[in-house]
Design a protein around this ligand. Structure first.
Ligand code: CAA
Length: 257
């Protein structure tokens, strides 16, 4: 891979955006590499959690403005469709995805972080949707996902002004779950990913699928999905093992899915 670096340890994968000279700006090739990585079934099967982070001083400073400068309207639409499809692949990745926002997460970069299940931020991180400063609008699903995360009024203020906010502000508005000093960001995210890797992988997968339905479906549809899944999960070997391990006062040894 040209723009991505991948490492894995004990079921926790780390995908690093690696084009620091351009602050990891998202170009078409990088989006395609992400799509290839995210749709690899062998990769999905070996992971329990996936961390996204950036090399250098940015997480991702947005879509590649230099590439976009030569786009026709129809190419821009195709680019936005590609970006949206990659964001959806992150959101629906079968294991939890955590964004470790090490620096600038702007425009398409914030949209990547928002597609993850949740994010932790370095105290140095900066967040924003500065598209209007370029005469553009957010194009990778950020208006919807930011509204779901921080509410409509805060989203409108951020989108209309294009301003950047700090990590502390991101924490305050519920955009980031935690702020860490820069040197401790990866340790904090890895500890949470490792905690996820300890519990039933099947249950986490089912819970993620249910959580992904919550914003778009009404309460009745979510409840229906929940009680169907809740019933079905009782037939799974991992629920039998988890309950038995509790009663026998031992650590669960999860059978394969
Ligand atoms: N696209 C292409 N190149 C970018 C880039 C981007 N989004 N962001 C930074 N770069 C490049 C710069 O052009 C520069 O390259 P050169 O050395 O060749 O000049 C290099 O990365 C380093 O950047 P700076 O010198 O600007 O670094 P800085 O520390 O002074 O400023 C910054 C950092 C404030 C993040 C600034 O780079 C910046 O404002 N970047 C653009 C942010 C932006 O507008 N993002 C939204 C893009 S539109 C979008 O994302 C649409 C969408 O929703 C899909």
């Amino acid at each position: 891979m040209k723009y991505l670096i991948f490492n894995e340890q004990d079921g926790v994968g780390t995908l690093t955006f690696n084009n620091p000279a351009a602050l990891n700006a998202l170009n078409t090739d990088m989006l395609q590499e992400m799509r290839e990585f995210l749709t690899d079934p062998a990769q999905q099967a070996s992971l329990r959690a996936l961390i996204l982070t950036g090399e250098g001083k940015a997480f991702i400073a947005g879509a590649d403005i230099k590439e976009m400068s030569a786009m026709t309207p129809s190419q821009a639409k195709t680019f936005s469709m590609l970006g949206n499809s990659v964001m959806n692949l992150i959101q629906h990745y079968p294991v939890p995805v955590i964004a470790a926002v090490n620096g600038f997460a702007l425009g398409g970069g914030l949209e990547v972080a928002l597609s993850a299940d949740f994010m932790y931020a370095s105290a140095k991180a900066k967040f924003g949707l500065p598209e209007v400063t370029l005469g553009l609008i957010p194009g990778f699903g950020g208006t919807k996902r930011l509204t779901q995360r921080v509410g409509t009024a805060m989203t409108r203020e951020l989108v209309y002004t294009g301003k950047m906010i700090t990590a502390d502000e991101a924490l305050r508005i519920g955009l980031a779950n935690q702020v860490a000093v820069p040197e401790e960001l990866m340790a904090a995210v890895t500890a949470t990913a490792q905690a996820i890797a300890q519990v039933s992988p099947h249950a986490v997968r089912e819970a993620k699928e249910l959580l992904n339905q919550c914003p778009d479906e009404n309460a009745w549809a979510v409840a229906t999905m929940e009680y169907n899944k809740f019933g079905l999960i009782f037939s799974h070997p991992q629920s039998k093992e988890g309950i038995a391990a509790f009663i026998e006062k031992r650590k669960a040894d999860w059978p394969a899915e």
